[in-house]
Design a protein around this ligand. Structure first.
Ligand code: PEP
Length: 261
């Protein structure tokens, strides 16, 4: 059974004060949200503890934006999976296109990070996505499948809730240009079909696949209405409660419509 997961990736934005203000407002704003909608915020490392504290007792969860592929030792500036686990962080984004573009992230390093997260009991949000040049060259499917094979090469999945995949077309991230619901659905189907072949139908049907790329209050409904879109990874629009809360409320309406009681 899949819920709707709405994960906000703050990237390198906000400070301590605005983190606290946002998280207090979020806790307040989601009090009546159905259990079928999961709100996740991913603040920069220094504010993870503040966010955890401010969201304690609320239904919102906290994610890190990256993790080291080493466990401990002389790796200045890095943060390990056991460190995140010791704070009680349940999720971590890995393989984001900005890390691939600016920080040398590859499918191989995503795989290594995934292994570290799994051994610390942290759920990875594994990002995949094609560039505009790759889409224009009709290589979208090939790129996505290559990324999936690389990122999951030695990964076994026995619990579909232990991994989240985010499809983020690079050309739609921070550009204001969203994939159409049909374009997104097509790639989500491709991912789910690959999951079924690799891990079996039961895992594939329960594993969450999020869409990311200029998701906003005015386009989120149609994206979430697609059969294989199980939520969103949201950058810019997750930075203000004015935009993020209405997106959560839309998800809430859709979940209620799916499970009327
Ligand atoms: C992201 O950074 O994961 C993202 C989807 O950003 P935006 O929503 O701003 O395009």
């Amino acid at each position: 059974m899949r819920n709707i997961i709405m994960a906000g990736n703050w990237k390198m934005n906000k400070d301590a004060e605005s983190t606290l203000l946002f998280c207090k407002g979020l806790a307040e704003g989601i009090r009546d949200l159905s259990a079928g909608v999961k709100a996740i915020v991913a603040p920069p490392y220094p504010f993870l503890g503040l966010a955890l504290e401010a969201l304690k007792g609320s239904a919102a969860q906290v994610a890190a934006q990256n993790v080291s592929f080493n466990s401990d030792g002389a790796y200045t500036g890095e943060v390990s999976a056991p460190m995140l686990a010791s704070l009680g962080i349940p999720y971590c984004i890995i393989g984001h296109s900005e890390r691939r573009q600016y920080h040398g992230e590859t499918d191989q390093t995503v795989l290594s990070r995934q292994i570290k997260l799994a051994s610390s009991g942290i759920t990875p949000i594994v990002c995949v996505g094609e560039t505009l040049a790759e889409r224009d060259a009709h290589k979208t499917a090939q790129v996505i499948l290559t990324q999936l094979k690389g990122c999951f090469e030695t990964i076994t999945i026995s619990d579909p809730q232990s991994v989240i995949i985010a499809y983020e077309p690079v050309w739609a991230i921070g550009t204001g240009r969203t994939a159409t619901p049909e374009q997104a659905q097509e790639v989500h189907t491709l991912i789910r079909t690959w999951l079924a072949q690799r891990y079996g139908a039961a895992i594939a049907s329960d594993l969450h696949i999020l869409y990311g790329g200029s998701a906003k209050p005015d386009n989120i409904r149609k994206l979430l209405e697609q059969e294989d879109i199980d939520g969103a990874l949201i950058g810019g629009a997750s930075l203000t409660l004015e935009q993020y809360l209405p997106m959560l409320l839309t998800a809430n309406e859709l979940i209620k419509a799916r499970n009327p009681k």
